[in-house]
Design a protein around this ligand. Structure first.
Ligand code: SF4
Length: 478
């Protein structure tokens, strides 16, 4: 445990995430104390605020203690100071430097769009955040590709539609989503679908004068639904939205154990253009540990079945940093995925939320929760490039193994546009279903959000209120 006493009175999130990145194996706890150090929570360490200079006092439970004097009023400078000090003490350099935000490519893109030269952008990002040359080049490449891919879009005429299906065949050990195992009792699924159809109907008329240009059905695992349920849901979308003229219609099939020929035919019938078949790893021992309840062979079978049914844009997801995996496991996964030949590969780095079941499992079974993910990332990215893919979107999360990133790769013409839109926040997203977050983006790029309740029960019980909130977001703001 690392205790940090701060007398700054703000930016606790930044102080926490910056410090946690240097001490990934430790729980980090921040206590605020006032100007006189009158904190009542333990441990009590005096820290004095002198004008605009604040103080952070670090104390480990083994008794080590040191102080960092920090600028209290400048957020970037505060993070830079913590970064420099902790980097010096630990000997660690972080790939994304002092950057704690989740959208580094957006920062690069905005600078490029403002007319800054490549060199000026690189220098600015390097000096401001200490980002490594390798990550800066990756962010530049992606930002430029995003700019090109977004050129044909018109946010003033279009929006994206997202639907959430929060059910899965079983719950994976590392899952941080609100996912419910479908089980034998379908009544919860039926009640959910009924509510979702009502939300589809009531909200389809809210965004006037705009049409969806991408639709994404995620979750969860939408193909955990029965073929009839899937058919019903997709028909409802079709009845209320223009699905014929969309540029991209994705269903995240996800778990291979949920994919059948019948369901793939339902997807085809409703014009789905892009699906995911996600192995996460192609090592059976890891699949068993993380509770995926499917075999490596099933991944190949589901993939071939989808190809046979005519799907020519298939993404596969993999996760780096899964328990017990080393670089050889990652090489095996990349090689087996490469044999299948998907059109896109999304490389995730495991992000562990503190309370997740997986974190407990790792602790109990003695697995380090941050293996050499940087080397794994190099292998996976090189593999994606060898498959003829280019990186086209990137985002970061809190507590990512190795303080790395998630990156989507795809072959030319198979980029998932919705993935860019959800990350870059450049156009409206009408998001329906449990936990879905709608976003309205104004012409200045400011975003207003409206979040649905996460739990299925709460979602069903509060449906009218959530519909009304969306109405307020779009209709009353016009
Ligand atoms: S398939 Fe995805 S959403 Fe479903 S339980 Fe596993 S990690 Fe969670």
């Amino acid at each position: 445990m690392i205790f940090i006493e701060s007398n700054i009175g703000k930016n606790s999130y930044d102080i926490h995430s910056m410090s946690k990145a240097f001490y990934p194996h430790e729980d980090v706890k921040i206590t605020e104390c006032d100007i006189h150090g009158n904190d009542t929570s333990q441990p009590v360490i005096k820290a004095e605020n002198c004008g605009k200079v604040g103080k952070l006092v670090y104390k480990s439970d083994t008794g080590d203690m040191f102080e960092i004097e920090v600028p209290a009023d400048d957020r970037d400078e505060l993070k830079r100071t913590i970064y420099q000090e902790l980097s010096l003490r630990t000997g660690i350099s972080l790939p994304w430097g002092s950057l704690t935000g989740i959208r580094p490519t957006g920062m690069v893109r905005k600078r490029l769009e403002s007319g800054m030269s490549d060199e000026a952008v690189m220098n600015d990002m390097r000096c401001r955040y200490y980002i490594s040359q390798e990550k800066l080049q990756l962010a530049m490449e992606i930002a430029k590709r995003e700019i090109e891919l977004m050129k044909p879009l018109s946010p003033e005429k279009n929006y994206s539609l997202y639907l959430d299906v929060p059910f899965c065949p079983t719950r994976c050990l590392y899952c941080s989503f609100t996912s419910n195992a479908v089980g034998r009792d379908r009544s919860k699924v039926e009640a959910y679908l009924e509510a979702l159809q009502k939300e589809i109907k009531e909200t389809s008329v809210i965004i006037k004068n705009k049409k969806p240009d991408t639709i994404y059905i995620g979750g969860g695992t939408p193909t955990a639904l029965l073929p009839d349920e899937l058919d019903l849901l997709l028909a409802s979308v079709e009845d209320h939205f223009d699905t014929v003229n969309v540029k991209e219609y994705t269903v995240e099939a996800g778990r291979p154990d949920s994919i059948t020929k019948e369901k793939l035919r339902v997807l085809k019938k409703h014009g789905i253009t892009r699906i995911s078949v996600n192995p996460q790893t192609m090592n059976q021992k890891t699949l068993d540990i993380i509770g995926r309840r499917h075999s490596v062979e099933q991944v190949g079978e589901a993939f071939h079945m989808a190809r046979e049914e005519g799907f020519d844009n298939i993404n596969m997801d993999m996760i780096l940093g899964l328990p017990g995996e080393d670089t050889d496991d990652v090489k095996r996964t990349v090689s087996r995925i490469s044999e299948l030949g998907p059109d896109a590969l999304t490389i995730h780095t495991l992000a562990l939320k503190r309370a997740s079941e997986m974190k407990e499992w790792l602790n109990e079974n003695g697995y380090p929760d941050t293996p050499d993910t940087a080397a794994m990332m190099d292998i996976a990215c090189a593999g994606a490039r060898q498959m003829g893919m280019n990186p086209y979107y990137l985002y970061r999360q809190k507590n990512m193994a190795g303080n790395l990133e998630n990156t989507g790769y795809a072959t030319e013409g198979k980029y998932g546009i919705y993935n860019i839109l959800i990350n870059e926040e450049v156009q409206d997203i009408l998001a329906l279903g449990a936990g879905a977050i709608s976003k309205r983006v104004d012409s200045e790029g400011n975003t207003e959000r409206s979040a649905n309740f996460k739990e299925v029960h709460d979602y069903i019980a509060n449906l009218d209120e959530m519909i009304e909130r969306k109405r307020r977001l779009w209709v009353y703001n016009d």
